[in-house]
Ligand binder design. Sequence first.
Ligand SMILES: [Zn+2]
Length: 320
Amino acid sequence: MDSRDYHIKALTNIWTGDLNGNPDRTITTGLLGSVRWWCEVLVRGLGGCACDPTRDGNRCPDTEGKHCVVCELFGCTGWVRKFRFEILDADGKVKQAQITQNETFIFRFTPLRPIRNEEWALIDLTLRLIAEYGAIGGKTVYKPSDEQSRQDNPHHKDYGLIQIIKRPEISPVPKQILCGYVTDSRWRKPDHDGFAWASLTNFWCVKGRYLARQDSQKSTFNRVIGRPEPKRRPQSKDSQSQSKDSWLAGRRASRRQLAESKKVFSFKDPPRTFGFVEEANNLQNFLQSLQQNLQSDWQDFRDEEFKHGSKILASILDRD
Ligand SMILES: [Zn+2]
């Protein structure tokens, strides 16, 4: 079975990091985990269900051996991934060193079992979602992180923006067919408790703009996630600001001692800001709060620059 190659250019360095957080290497499983995470986001946005394999009690398979549509492709206990995933350098050699800015590299997907057109379409749309609106990286940066302090470290900020230079041939699959496929009754439908936000429906992106954690006096980033400026909080903070902060910025989950994901991400070069709202019907309110909070920083910021959910889905589905 033929492999399919995506030729990709790194617009920033790409962080994967090994178990010790060492950034000097490209860890294939780290990037594959990131691809999978965005595929889950896409599938939920298409109306399907996807387990969170990092959560005990949520991951597939269930007691009857059923798995979700994402595990069908990416694998889970008792069900092998349908493809081999390799990262190659421009010469076709296995990429071992860290991928750095302006480098080109290849994501190679080689089927190990038959892969349906719908599944290729999911892979393709996921990579376009990442390249055009998101970012890719080891989970310590872009996924729910165990290390809150690391997330807040500016050093880890501008990683993972990519551009697809050349895609393999993928048969386009109409949206209705894709939605039908991901919602098919054969798939397990795990609940999305606690991470329903991780859906394309709740996703937004503004290209060409960034939020800065400038200094202790001024941080547009903190303004957007509702943290008071300067970064050091005053003793008495109003509760509204506190609750907004805890969700968007991520907080220590009391039960499992794991930090929830940070929900707003911003990149300076090239500029891009994206995030997730807690509930999709809050998108308009969130846009308004962005406009209010960033009046002086995002000059002439227009509604159309705020892309979200269905618009983004339409734009990645439309392009060939
Ligand atoms: Zn699953």
